[in-house]
Ligand binder design. Structure first.
Ligand SMILES: Cc1cc2nc3c(=O)[nH]c(=O)nc-3n(C[C@H](O)[C@H](O)[C@H](O)COP(=O)(O)OP(=O)(O)OC[C@H]3O[C@@H](n4cnc5c(N)ncnc54)[C@H](O)[C@@H]3O)c2cc1C
Length: 471
């Protein structure tokens, strides 16, 4: 204890104070604790953060169930007989998801202990620069000041300002994961990646899903041809995809009757349950950031520069709350940048290539620029397209749905970006990413000897459609 703060509590001084135990924060806390720093990490309720508790890990566990169910339904075409109709039960799904999540939470607990950091389950709020007051579940308080401080408090589901929504007992991406029911009918509001993933998964499980998207395409960041192909896949899975369908109000009959959503074009849709998937809001409101001297951007995220520095001295932010791309791997890369910078380094976020995968079945994997973005940036482009059905491996598996697309700079032959929609695309995109990171001309990938028959081999075929002379 070094001195007494304005709260009357002793102030504990540590080398590193991490507020919020997300991917970047927990990784840095363990790393620095192992390096001998004194570290306090405060987490208000989710050991291991959002990803393992209520986001990537539980959803991908359930996407795995949906994928397995689809495979079982199509087993006959692979020459495998399955007696009866393959199906899922809510209880078994919940058990599967919880066993994965619980296993990861408990391995995090062990890793936190092994690192020798001081992991505090409590809520932190700043009371002065680099200084937080932590309130723990048992009502006790601690005041901790960090020589270095990292804010990694993440995001939570954003609720749109829709009349009636607050009283309609709707689901968010977090509450739906409690899996209290597998409804016969469900509306999903929001056609971004979270909305598409849940729509696909629940449709495969047997729910009749209506997906409402205000704009004129799903996944608005993607090229229209890719979004159209995604919409076709969801439609084939039984999802009623409604584009240009802006929700204007929500109403649920008392006593948990059906929920109804009114649309700006007129009319309404009804279902047993409603999932709201309209984006994520940064967790900053109760952090006391004014006291820390930390500013927010206009959209409410912590304002950081390309070194992840806030305006306050020795105070950093990382992950979703810092406006980084909202993916766990981006937050993990923020950790690497902070690991450099809190020890006097000079690492930056500028120019990093952040791929992502939308885990519908089959998946959409993306890296780099879309065709639309490349043209808007003034690139002359060559565009290659390949139906997934042309890939021998896809044929052997009867996994022929989807299309692959790559955008190449017409002058330099450098790969600018790719959208791979199809079986195991999330694995193959890493190869395209490596080629981009290595600055390879596309001909190098086209002419690489790739194992036959794999989905990766499709890259030879994809680039071959550009029809240039061999290198
Ligand atoms: C449904 C869904 C599916 C997703 N799927 C994927 C996917 O497949 N792949 C992918 O890469 N990304 C996915 N994401 C995004 C990914 O989950 C996030 O980008 C990632 O978890 C962000 O991590 P973070 O480091 O910003 O912090 P988080 O993991 O969000 O951690 C922040 C932590 O801070 C804590 N906290 C907040 N305030 C305080 C406070 N005052 N005091 C103490 N603690 C506090 C919170 O409890 C939380 O645990 C998904 C998101 C959702 C919603």
């Amino acid at each position: 204890m070094s001195d007494v703060g304005s709260t009357g509590l002793d102030v504990e001084d540590v080398d590193l104070l991490v507020v919020g135990g997300g991917k970047a924060g927990k990784s840095l806390a363990m790393d620095r604790a192992r390096a001998g720093w004194s570290v306090v990490m405060v987490e208000r309720d989710k050991v291991g953060g959002t990803c393992i508790n209520v986001a990537c890990i539980p959803t991908k566990s359930l996407v795995g169930s949906a994928r397995t169910l689809l495979s079982a339904r199509h087993a006959a075409r692979m020459g495998v007989a399955i007696d009866g109709d393959p199906s899922v039960s809510l209880e078994a799904l919940r058990h599967h998801k919880e066993s994965v999540v619980d296993g990861m939470v408990s391995s995090h607990e062990s890793m936190f202990i092994a690192s020798a950091m001081d992991f505090v389950l409590g809520t932190a709020g700043f009371i002065a620069p680099r200084t937080v007051e932590i309130t723990t579940g048992d009502g006790r308080s601690r005041v901790v000041r960090g020589r270095e401080v990292v804010i990694n408090t993440g995001t939570v589901p954003a609720m749109p300002n829709l009349p009636g929504l607050a009283d309609a007992d709707v689901w968010t991406s977090e509450t739906i994961l409690q899996l209290e029911s597998l409804p016969e009918t469900m509306i999903v509001v929001g056609g971004g990646y979270v909305g598409c993933e849940f729509a696909s998964m629940f449709a495969v499980f047997g729910t009749q899903v209506t997906l409402l998207q205000a704009g004129d395409q799903l996944l608005p960041r993607e090229d229209p041809d890719i979004s159209d192909a995604v919409a076709d896949i969801l439609t084939d899975q039984g999802v009623d995809v409604r584009l240009g369908a802006r929700a204007t109000g929500v109403h649920r009959e008392p006593g948990h009757g059906e929920v109804a959503v009114t649309l700006d074009l007129g009319g309404e849709v009804g279902a047993q349950e409603l999932l709201v998937a309209t984006g994520r809001a940064p967790v900053t409101a109760e952090l006391g950031l004014d006291a820390a001297g930390v500013r927010l951007t206009e959209s409410g995220f912590v304002d950081v520069d390309d070194h992840l520095r806030t305006g306050a001295e020795h105070t950093w932010a990382a992950g979703d709350v810092a406006g980084s791309p909202q993916f766990t791997h981006a937050s993990w890369n923020d950790f690497r940048i902070l690991r450099e910078n809190v020890t006097g380094g000079d690492a930056v976020t500028t120019g990093r290539l952040v791929p992502y995968t939308v885990f519908i079945t089959p998946e959409l994997a993306r890296v780099g620029l879309t065709e639309t973005e490349a043209r808007a940036q003034g690139h002359g482009v060559k565009v290659a397209n390949l139906p997934a059905a042309s890939i021998p491996r896809a044929k052997t598996l009867h996994e022929t749905v989807g299309m692959w697309k790559v955008v190449v700079d017409a002058e330099t032959d450098q790969i600018l970006g790719a959208a791979l929609l199809g079986h195991d695309a999330g694995e193959v995109i890493a190869a395209v990413q490596m080629a981009m990171l290595g600055g390879l001309r596309y001909q190098k990938v086209r002419d690489a000897v790739i194992t036959h028959p794999t989905m990766g081999e499709g890259l030879n075929l994809l680039f071959d459609t550009l029809g240039e002379a061999r290198t």
